[in-house]
Design a protein around this ligand. Structure first.
Ligand SMILES: NC(=O)c1ccc[n+]([C@@H]2O[C@H](COP(=O)([O-])OP(=O)(O)OC[C@H]3O[C@@H](n4cnc5c(N)ncnc54)[C@H](OP(=O)(O)O)[C@@H]3O)[C@@H](O)[C@H]2O)c1
Length: 366
């Protein structure tokens, strides 16, 4: 097999607007001879979540998954790939997998712990990184896999497991006594998933309010997933006497400060999840009301594995996932972009918050 020309998209770690493509030649035979495998990345999704990976690249070690030149970073994305060369027993050429990739045409991995369902990239630089990102699903053995659902899977699945877990965590804690839950950056896919999961819980007397920017208000209202939609400039119109929990996908210091300033001690739980407003990310803030706490999904997963036993969480999430897929047909349209120019443009639009909220981007550098 001839040498493969590969291409990868990189950004400057200290300036996410400075992007470039890097070309490298890979010899598939040498990869196989070294007991590794070469994967051709067919397509991958891009949402604000990936920009958050980059914004927290240093702090949360997201840059460590796919090494780049000094000062550069390869942003992780979720996607599908095919084995094109393999020196790994039980992982043949042609096998299709789902998992964590760089925005690139290819990736060399060192599959270990290969089972019928999955394998782990055992590359030295990935040791010690969270297991969830190092594990790759073999789609042929995944009963939930449907080829026609690949786009929805890579766009939504990594997001809405968190949505499900947050709703479950709030429910598990009797909503901390809140009578309303504010969902900040309500147009994001993670927020829409959360709103749907909260709806499924049907907690009597609990109102779910979406907070969003003016430009996205009509879209959020049209989804019908929130009891009410309020724009960021109208926070003062909310009833400050109601015990309130919020779940924050925006991470904006200004928004968090105004929420605590408005509700004060009536903020009974402050759940930080995301950073879609990455240019204004809040650090530690001294605020009235409950102290903002980062949501840590693995804690809730561990708790529910204990409460529900083997497979209990997976079974419950499977039900929510089907409902989310059905709901997303009404509010998400997949937009595909292929090639360097289109990928660079899609990245720029995602970084600057210019992608319409009803769009789910699927990109390819093949
Ligand atoms: N910790 C976890 O485990 C976890 C898991 C999943 C997701 N998350 C986080 O949740 C957040 C949402 O991710 P997503 O992929 O669901 O997002 P998404 O669907 O791509 O969200 C798009 C929305 O985010 C806001 N936005 C995006 N870029 C912006 C910018 N540059 N400036 C201002 N607003 C911007 C806008 O919403 P509004 O106009 O409504 O503000 C926009 O409609 C991310 O920060 C992600 O990292 C965290």
């Amino acid at each position: 097999m001839a040498t493969e020309q590969t291409i990868a998209f990189e950004v400057a770690r200290k300036d996410l607007r400075a992007a470039r493509f890097v070309r490298e030649a890979v010899d598939p035979q040498a990869v196989a001879a070294a007991g590794k495998a070469l994967f051709a990345i067919d397509h991958f999704a891009l949402t604000a979540n990936n920009i958050t990976y980059a914004a927290f690249g240093e702090q949360m070690a997201y840059w460590n998954f796919f090494p780049a030149a000094e000062g550069q970073g390869r942003i992780p994305v979720w996607g599908f790939a095919d084995v094109v060369a393999s020196g790994v027993e039980d992982l043949p050429v042609g096998e299709r997998i789902y998992g964590y990739f760089p925005m690139a045409s290819h990736l060399v991995m060192e599959p270990v712990r290969v089972s019928a369902r999955r394998f782990v990239d055992g590359a030295e630089h990935r040791k010690g990184l969270p297991a969830v990102y190092n594990s790759y699903e073999r789609v042929a053995a995944d009963p939930g896999y449907r080829s026609e659902r690949e786009a929805a899977q890579m766009i939504l699945k990594p997001l809405v497991l968190t949505s499900f877990l947050i709703a479950d965590f709030l429910d598990d804690n009797a909503f901390f006594g809140a009578r309303q839950v504010l969902v900040v950056s309500a147009s994001s896919k993670t927020s829409l998933g959360l709103a749907l999961c909260l709806k499924r819980l049907a907690e009597p007397g609990l109102s779910v309010i979406g907070l969003t920017s003016r430009g996205n208000r009509a879209f959020v209202e049209a989804t019908g997933l929130y009891d009410r939609v309020v724009t960021y400039d109208a926070i003062a119109s909310l009833d400050a006497d109601v015990p309130t929990a919020y779940v924050d996908m925006a991470g904006s210091a200004e928004l968090i400060t105004s929420l605590h300033g408005h509700f004060r001690e009536r903020i009974v739980h402050a759940c930080r999840v995301g950073g879609t407003h990455w240019q204004d990310l809040a650090g530690r803030l001294d605020l009235p009301g409950a102290r903002p706490k980062f949501f840590f999904a693995p804690d809730q997963i561990a708790k529910r594995h204990g409460d529900w036993g083997p497979g209990g969480l997976e079974e419950r999430f499977a039900g929510a996932w089907e409902d989310i897929l059905a709901s997303a047909k009404g509010w998400m349209t997949v937009r595909r972009a292929e090639g360097e120019a289109a990928v660079a443009d899609a990245y720029r639009q995602t970084l600057e918050g210019l992608v319409a909220p009803d769009t789910g981007l699927v990109l390819s550098l093949r």
